[in-house]
Ligand binder design. Structure first.
Ligand SMILES: [Zn+2]
Length: 198
């Protein structure tokens, strides 16, 4: 698909989405034709396309785009406090927070700015926090083939907080790891370095 064709598809989908959102607004008991709401269906459609744009991006390609051979460095590489925003796949309401990623290189390292991009690409899809954690871990493991990778995510879920299912501001923490991080000592080292958050 050329870039023009992709843009054309996006615009066509946006128009269709806007039509659906207009129905939704009316079904919710509002009047989609009142002045304040006239442009809302199109705005919502555009916002939702932005919030799910991760489907059109390839996180492994992002990592490979800045992959360098580095055979001597075997220490932990840590990128912490990565802000992310995602949508839960059960309610399509936001969940957001911080991701912390560590890996121990074997042969390859990647540009530090690429790790937040990978987080972003997986977050801009309909997600559950556990799968988001796992997909980031798998992508780094499969692409960089490090000695180990660990991902910790802390998030607030609007589908719980706004509906009063959970106490306000409560955080859900998930983690996943491979290789050297199977050793408790290695996990501890990473957890200590990010612990002011947890
Ligand atoms: Zn939910």
């Amino acid at each position: 698909m050329t870039k023009e064709e992709a843009n054309e598809n996006t615009l066509q989908a946006r128009e269709e989405l806007a039509g659906h959102y207009k129905s939704i607004i009316n079904l919710l008991g509002e009047d989609a034709d009142r002045e304040g709401l006239l442009k809302t269906p199109e705005r919502v459609a555009k916002a939702m396309q932005f919030l799910t744009k991760g489907y059109n991006e390839d996180p492994a390609a992002v990592l490979r785009g800045a992959m360098f051979k580095e055979e001597d460095y075997k220490q932990m590489v840590i990128v912490k406090d990565i802000d992310f925003f995602s949508l839960c796949e059960h309610h399509m309401l936001p969940f957001f927070g911080k991701a912390h990623v560590a890996y121990i290189p074997k042969k390859y390292i990647t540009g530090l700015s690429k790790i937040p991009r990978v987080v972003d690409i997986f977050a801009r899809r309909l997600q559950i926090q556990e799968r988001l954690t796992m997909q980031i871990k798998d992508c780094i493991q499969q692409t960089l083939d490090p000695l180990g990778v660990m991902v910790v995510i802390e998030a607030q879920h609007m589908c719980m907080q706004m509906r009063g299912v959970e106490k306000q501001n409560s955080l859900t923490t998930t983690s996943d790891f491979t290789g050297f991080f199977q050793q408790a000592k290695t996990r501890e080292e990473f957890m200590n370095l990010i612990k002011h958050n947890l």
